[in-house]
Write a protein that binds this ligand. Structure first.
Ligand code: GTP
Ligand code: MG
Length: 376
C-alpha cells in the first residue's frame, strides 16, 4: 500500500523527534521532510511567519499529503496554517486520534476512540462557530442560530449514544471483577509509557503471543490471562500505554480501560531503562501523574526497569536513583526479551500479593471510585 507523505514539524531535540517519528510511523505516514523548531506555540501559526513562508516554498518540490504539527494547535492556528499553505494540517491530537482509530480492535476501544473523536470535534465546532460569528472564517459565514443548534445537538446526541454504550461495558467490567474476587483470584496489571515493553513482558509472564511491536500504541484494550505463582492463582492484565502531551479528554476516553488499574492488587509499572535520562524522567513523570489522576495507590506499585539488556549495570543504578527508586525495595531491572530477572520479578509480585489484603470493593457498582464523566 502506498503511504501518505508528510512534512513533520517538531521540537528541536532528539527525544521529541524520535517520538514524533514514531507517531508518524504508527499512523502510516512517510515523512519526507523534518522541520525542527524551539517554539511551536506562536499565536498565529504556531510557527513564526518566516518559517511558514519557507515551508510554502518547499511545498512545490515535496508535495506532501499532509503537514504534521507535533503540538496541539488551536483551531484558529490550524485554520491559518491550512489556508496559507493549502495543505491539510494534522496536529498532535489529530495524529494520535488517527493512530487510535487504526489500532482499536475491541468494541470497547472502538467506542473509546469514537468518544475522543467526538470531543475533538466538539471543541473544534465551538471555535468554528465563534470564528463564524466574528466573520473571520469565510466558509462559515452566514451560519444561523438554527444551524448552529443542529450542529451541536448532532454531536451531543452522538456523544450520548456512545456514552450509554460505554457505561454498559463499564458495568460489565465491574461485574467481571466481582466474579473474579469471589473466586479468590488476585490481580496484577501492567502499566507504563507506550513501547516500554508491557506486552512483551505480558507474553513472557503468561506464555501468550500477543502483538508486540516497536510501533507506538500497539495495545489499545486490556487483555487478561491467568497465571499461577506458587500457590496463588493470579489474573494478569496488559493495558494501553501512556504518552505525554495528551489532552485530558483523551486520557479520559481511555479511563474505563485504565480503570482496571484502580481495582487491581498490584500494578507493575514498566519502564524502558534504555531511554536517555531526560526522556526517562519525562515518561516516568507522565506515567505517575496519570496513575495518580486515575487514583492508583502508590503502595501497590512495583517498578520493572525493562530492556536492561541494552544498558550497563551502573547506568541502571544511576537511572533508578534518578527516578527516586533506590530507597524503594520494589524495583527490579529486567529484560523481557532475554528473560533476565523474570523469575525474580515473579517472586517480587508474589511477595507484594502476599502482603496486600484482597482489594476491598464492596458497593463498587453503586459507588465507583472514579467518576467517568464525558460531559463538558
Ligand atoms: N532490547 C529489548 N527490547 C524489548 C524488551 N522488551 C520489549 N522490547 C521491544 O520494545 C518494543 C515495544 O514493546 P511492546 O511490548 O510492544 O511495548 P508496549 O509497552 O506493549 O507498547 P504499547 O502497546 O504500544 O503501549 C518491541 O519492539 C519489543 O520487542 C527488552 O527487554 N529488551
Ligand atoms: Mg502493548
Amino acid at each position: 500500500m502506498l503511504k501518505d507523505s508528510a512534512i513533520l514539524i517538531t521540537y528541536d531535540n532528539k527525544d521529541s523527534l524520535k517520538e514524533a517519528l514514531g507517531l508518524c510511523d504508527a499512523a502510516g505516514y512517510e515523512v519526507r521532510k523534518i522541520i525542527q523548531q524551539r517554539i511551536l506555540n506562536k499565536s498565529k501559526y504556531g510557527l513564526g511567519e518566516g518559517k511558514v513562508e519557507e515551508i510554502k516554498e518547499m511545498l512545490g518540490s515535496i508535495k506532501p499529503d499532509v503537514i504534521i504539527f507535533d503540538e496541539i494547535l488551536k483551531p484558529s492556528q490550524n485554520y491559518n496554517l491550512a489556508s496559507t499553505l493549502k495543505t491539510n494540517i494534522l496536529d498532535r491530537e489529530a495524529l494520535i486520534l488517527e493512530i487510535f482509530e487504526r489500532r482499536a480492535k475491541s468494541s470497547e476501544s472502538t467506542l473509546q476512540v469514537k468518544m475522543a473523536q467526538l470531543r475533538y470535534e466538539m471543541s473544534r465546532a465551538k471555535e468554528k462557530v465563534r470564528l463564524a460569528k466574528m466573520g473571520e472564517q469565510p466558509g462559515f459565514m452566514g451560519i444561523g442560530k438554527f444551524e448552529v443548534d443542529i450542529y451541536f445537538n448532532d454531536i451531543k446526541n452522538r456523544m450520548n449514544n456512545v456514552k450509554t454504550k460505554l457505561a454498559k461495558s463499564s458495568t460489565q467490567r465491574a461485574l467481571h471483577r466481582q466474579a473474579r474476587k469471589r473466586f479468590g483470584f488476585r490481580t496484577v496489571s501492567l502499566a507504563g509509557y507506550t513501547s516500554a515493553g508491557k506486552t512483551t513482558l505480558f507474553n513472557v509472564l503468561t506464555g501468550e503471543e500477543r502483538e508486540e511491536s516497536p510501533k507506538l500504541f500497539t495495545t489499545l484494550s486490556t487483555t487478561t490471562r491467568k497465571i499461577t505463582l506458587k500457590n496463588l492463582e493470579v489474573l494478569i492484565s496488559d493495558t494501553v500505554g501512556f504518552i505525554s502531551r495528551l489532552p485530558a479528554y483523551m486520557v479520559q476516553a481511555f479511563k474505563s480501560t485504565l480503570e482496571e488499574l484502580v481495582y487491581t492488587d498490584v500494578v507493575i509499572v514498566v519502564i524502558d531503562v534504555s531511554d536517555t535520562s531526560l526522556e526517562l524522567r519525562k515518561k516516568f513523570k507522565s506515567c505517575i501523574s496519570t496513575l495518580d489522576e486515575i487514583g492508583v495507590n502508590k503502595d501497590k506499585m512495583i517498578f520493572a526497569l525493562n530492556k536492561s539488556d541494552l544498558t550497563s549495570k551502573e547506568e541502571i543504578m544511576e537511572k533508578a536513583n534518578l527516578l527516586g527508586l533506590s530507597d524503594n525495595k520494589r524495583w527490579l531491572a529486567i529484560s523481557s526479551t532475554t528473560g533476565f530477572n523474570i523469575s525474580q520479578l515473579k517472586t517480587l509480585i508474589y511477595q507484594a500479593l502476599d502482603n496486600t489484603p484482597l482489594f476491598e470493593q464492596k458497593n463498587e457498582i453503586s459507588k465507583p471510585k472514579i467518576r467517568i464523566d464525558y460531559d463538558d
